[in-house]
Design a protein around this ligand. Structure first.
Ligand code: UDP
Ligand code: MG
Length: 201
């Protein structure tokens, strides 16, 4: 129906003058589209270095409470990164102590645990070229008072104790955190149809 209306709009005279040829074109139209899509899908991004880099992003309990989940996801989507894992959960102290294992001796650690376990968090895995570095820039300085406007923390928070979002800080950190928060089967390998627009293949 849709194809018929497109053809009759762009080729009305052709359609009435050559109904048989138009009919034959119509029958091939969806197949041609499908082949175009398949050809794009075959140019897999997995051969491009760094394009399948992954990082862990979390919306912390204050971000969830303040209904910022959608806006934070939107920033990563509109940048062009690909969401490959997403879930909401109430974090256990055990998981959190593994996540922040390097901070256990810090004076702020007890209040950090209290804050991070005070309500649900939304954790995500995002994929794309240099996503770890880019997402650290997008999330902004740890201390919101020093975070640039335009970053998540610079736009949505004021104090280091309530800084809305987490982003892995290195390749090793990202791999460790992704394994900690997600099981392999919770991460989806899917081919984005926009990859040839976002990257030179
Ligand atoms: N944090 C805090 N007080 C501080 C430093 C850090 O409450 O003085 C919290 C803050 O939530 C921060 C988290 O601990 O996001 C982890 O600290 P890190 O230095 O790893 O900063 P991040 O990687 O989150 O920018
Ligand atoms: Mg950190």
């Amino acid at each position: 129906m849709l194809q018929r209306s497109i053809f009759s709009r762009i080729l009305p005279q052709f359609h009435s003058a050559n109904p048989e040829t138009a009919k034959s074109l119509l029958s091939r139209f969806p197949t041609a589209l499908l082949h175009g899509h398949r050809a794009a899908a075959h140019r897999s991004t997995s051969s491009l270095p760094g394009v399948t880099e992954r990082t862990l992003i979390a919306v912390k309990p204050d971000g969830v409470q303040r209904r910022l989940v959608g806006q934070i996801i939107q920033r990563f989507e509109q940048r062009g990164f690909k969401l490959v894992g997403l879930k909401m959960l109430q974090v256990s102290e055990d998981l959190l102590s593994q996540h922040y294992c390097q901070l256990r001796t810090k004076p702020f650690y007890p209040s950090l645990v209290h804050y991070m376990t005070s309500g649900p968090v939304v954790v995500m895995v995002w994929e794309g070229h240099k996503v770890i570095q880019s997402s650290r820039t997008m999330v902004g300085h740890t201390n919101p008072a020093e975070a640039q406007a335009g970053t998540v923390r610079g736009d949505f928070s004021v104090h280091v104790s309530r800084n809305v979002a987490h982003a892995s800080d290195s390749l090793e950190g990202a791999q460790r955190e992704i394994q900690l928060w997600f099981q392999g089967k919770e991460l989806l390998n899917w081919e984005g149809c926009d990859q040839t627009i976002l990257y030179e293949m």
